[in-house]
Ligand binder design. Structure first.
Ligand code: IPE
Ligand code: IPE
Ligand code: MG
Length: 251
């Protein structure tokens, strides 16, 4: 049910979140990093339920980057176990709430059990019509573009396409989430101001919002604050402010 505090005309259609700061948050309270990852699940739940209540079309949450394999083996293993536990525990609830769950990223590097859980969760929720929840896992923006380019190259090699026919759409239709609008609002927690190889193409015109909150501290109010900030931005897409104002008058 859309929330009356925002007009749906001004809401971001697609929100992307870099959920950062679990480790530092845990350290601050003298706890191991894994404690931060566990407590992060509550913020994920609250973010999803708020986005769904507002009627946001899609939300993409960065859970594990292609670069995160570089972390200590113990932390990577614990993150994979947590991923399996959360998927198992939460998927029915997501389905009951009409949410469509998708995992984006190179899934081939995951263990068999995790790959099966992912496939089952995607299958169960694929017909749902509510908010699309994308979990980016073993995802990298450069990987995404590289995979798309490989597909286009194969079409050229097969003689289906000439290099001159390649346009932006030729690439974007092969990217993850090609069926969704580009990202309108990107949120990163923990005070870091970088993209860390997230959706490079899909975020080309996103408004970037950085908050000092660590991810386990992120909650409904924090998301509403980010959306309120977004609504007050003027998105010019290359035009001038005056052009936009005269366009608004014509509407
Ligand atoms: C984000 O929190 C979660 C993952 C990258 C899996 P971090 O684990 O990066 O936490 P910090 O940045 O070290 O505090
Ligand atoms: C980015 O966080 C990836 C996720 C939130 C999953 P990192 O903590 O891995 O990013 P860097 O390495 O500090 O840029
Ligand atoms: Mg981090």
């Amino acid at each position: 049910m859309p929330n009356s505090q925002f007009s749906s005309d001004f809401l971001p259609q697609h929100i992307a979140v870099i959920m950062d700061g679990n480790g530092r948050w845990a350290k601050k309270q003298g706890k191991p990093r894994l404690y931060g990852h566990r407590m992060a699940v509550k913020s994920v739940r609250e973010t999803i339920s708020t986005a769904s209540r507002l009627g946001i079309k899609a939300i993409t949450l960065f859970a594990f980057s292609s670069e995160n394999w570089k972390r200590p083996e113990e932390e990577v293993n614990l993150l994979m176990d947590l991923f399996i536990t959360v998927l198992t525990r939460e998927v029915k609830k997501l389905h009951k709430n009409n949410l469509k769950l998708r995992i984006i990223g190179d899934k081939t590097r995951f263990g068999q059990v995790l790959q099966q859980k992912i496939a089952a969760a995607e299958e169960l929720t694929k017909e749902n019509t509510g908010t699309v929840i994308n979990i980016a896992a073993n995802y990298g923006g450069k990987w995404d573009i590289t995979e798309a380019v490989k597909k286009v190259a194969a079409q050229v090699a097969d003689g289906e396409l000439t290099p001159e026919q390649i346009g932006e759409n030729t690439i974007s239709q092969h990217l993850s989430m090609a069926d969704l609008p580009d990202v309108d609002l990107m949120i990163r927690t923990s005070g870091e101001c970088r993209i860390s190889n997230f959706m490079l193409w899909q975020m080309a015109y996103a408004e970037l919002y950085f908050t000092e909150l660590f991810w386990p501290e992120f909650n409904e109010q924090a998301l509403l604050d980010a959306i309120t900030w977004f609504i007050n931005r003027e998105r010019r897409f290359g035009c001038t402010s005056e052009q936009l104002q005269s366009l608004m008058k014509q509407k």
